[in-house]
Design a protein around this ligand. Structure first.
Ligand code: SF4
Ligand code: SF4
Length: 453
């Protein structure tokens, strides 16, 4: 990784509110500068669909170089980027502080900020990305919402396809009932489930529920809470709002900045009371740790929160190293295909979910560390769904080869996308659902928090 860099990789502040950031001539010059380096390098040819589109575009031009490519033909290259960060994190030797100064994902982001200024994201694209508002509404009508969005409901999906541009075959997140929303349930059940005699620990944790953890997969938070309780760690669960990752996808950085200010103000109040922050979804942890400080660099709350935030597995591994874990983990010899999500990797912390699961006796973990291709709401949209399946075919094949008892991913969307891809390749093969690795860890402690619908 970063073989020829001149120092630790770094990223520049995103000057999204500076007019020059979205000036079309300046942006075009920067696209051409970075595209030219990539065309000469080509290391990222198999990471996603953006790079093959770029290389094919240039190779097919009159001169075979960028000088004979029209800038209007760049659009498909930008549209194929899921902002997964894999090129920046795993392949590129030219990221800052290297003089070539290549940050391909943030270049794609800059283009989308420009598009956002010109009103390109549609009304529907903006609405489906309001995940905390949508979650709050859908959980009050969860049976109707889950029925209406099921792929088996041809009429419902035809309506979604027509009005929200969602591909009829894309699996969509399912919602729990309002009474089972994570923050509601955590407030109702003051004691985490199946709490045995806890180990002594002075740590206190505020769990940032995140939209997926709050409205779709509360079992992740319940399992995290129970494992932490088993290790003597006091927890509270809050959901001040969305982290803004869905808005980042469409370049609406003003909305991301507003989310960062609101959520960080609430979470920092817990940091002031000596709580560590654990975010339940990797994309949201990435936002708190790395993206927000680049988008609102002068906000003191955001800066403090970035230092206090942990990923779930990262935090469990930290406890194991610092204090040792509570006794009672039963062996888990059954094979697990563990997908390392892109936004876990982008947190630059190593494969912490694998480290965590390997703390379980006899753990049989095979790591799958390619991109799952879904890209948030991107992979469910009509123009992108087939691309998302194509990009991640090597992931589906590897999972099939492993014949796992469990498919695990820290990313809820990646987990579902992998299960769907496996089923499309070989109907009936493999597990029918994916789990967050913390659920396997909790089960090794004898804790079963159940599953969402
Ligand atoms: S961020 Fe991901 S999708 Fe975008 S160009 Fe890089 S590897 Fe491809
Ligand atoms: S992002 Fe970096 S590693 Fe990937 S093709 Fe471009 S220059 Fe090469």
């Amino acid at each position: 990784m970063h073989l020829e860099g001149t120092g630790a990789p770094t990223r520049h502040v995103i000057a999204w509110d500076d007019p020059s950031y979205t000036d079309s001539a300046a942006l075009d010059a920067e696209l051409r500068r970075q595209f030219d380096v990539c065309h000469g390098c080509r290391r990222c040819f198999n990471l996603c669909d953006s790079f093959p589109r770029l290389f094919d575009l240039i190779d097919a031009s009159q001169s075979g170089e960028l000088d004979t490519v029209d800038s209007k033909d760049f659009q498909p290259v930008i549209d194929a980027c899921t902002l997964c960060d894999m090129c920046f994190m795993t392949k590129c030797p030219y990221v800052p502080p290297h003089a070539f100064n290549i940050d391909f994902p943030h270049l794609m982001l800059r283009y989308r900020v420009m598009e956002n200024r010109h009103g390109r994201p549609t009304f529907a694209q903006r609405q489906i990305r309001k995940t905390d508002r949508n979650g709050a509404l859908a959980t009050h009508l969860s049976a109707l919402a889950n029925w209406g969005t099921s792929v088996a409901n041809k009429l419902g999906r035809a309506v979604l396809a027509a009005f929200a541009n969602i591909h009829p075959r894309a699996w969509l997140p399912r919602y729990v009932r309002a009474r089972d929303v994570l923050v509601t349930r955590a407030a109702r059940e003051s004691e985490p489930v199946n709490l045995l005699a806890p180990a002594a620990n002075k740590r206190k944790v505020v769990l940032y529920a995140t939209c997926a953890g709050n409205f779709n997969k509360p079992e992740v938070g319940l399992a995290t809470r129970a494992v932490l309780a088993r290790n003597g760690v006091e927890t509270v669960v809050v959901h001040p709002g969305c982290c803004g990752m869905p808005q980042l996808e469409i370049g609406d950085l003003a909305a991301v900045a507003a989310s960062a200010k609101k959520v960080s103000a609430e979470l920092v109040a817990w940091v002031d009371k000596d709580y560590d922050v654990v975010a339940l979804t990797p994309s949201c942890a990435l936002m708190l740790k790395f993206e927000w400080p680049l988008i609102v660099p002068k906000d003191a709350n955001v800066a403090r929160l970035a230092k206090a935030t942990h990923d779930v597995a990262e935090y469990i591994v930290e406890i194991a190293k610092a204090e040792g874990l509570a006794e009672g983990l039963a062996p888990m010899p059954e094979p697990v295909a563990l997908h390392i999500s892109c936004h876990s990797r982008a947190q630059n912390m190593g494969a912490k979910a694998a480290d965590m699961l390997r703390l379980i006796p006899e753990a049989n973990i095979s790591v799958v560390d390619r991109c799952s291709g879904h890209g948030g709401a991107w992979g469910a949209e009509k123009p992108n769904f087939e691309v998302a399946l194509k990009v991640s075919k090597p992931v589906f094949r590897r999972v099939l080869d492993l014949k796992p008892a469990h498919i695990a991913s820290e990313c809820p969307l990646a987990g579902d996308h992998i299960v769907q891809g496996v089923q499309e390749l070989e109907p009936g093969a493999g597990p029918k659902t994916a789990v967050h690795p913390i659920l396997l860890f909790a089960r090794a402690y004898g804790i079963d928090v159940g599953a969402s619908p």
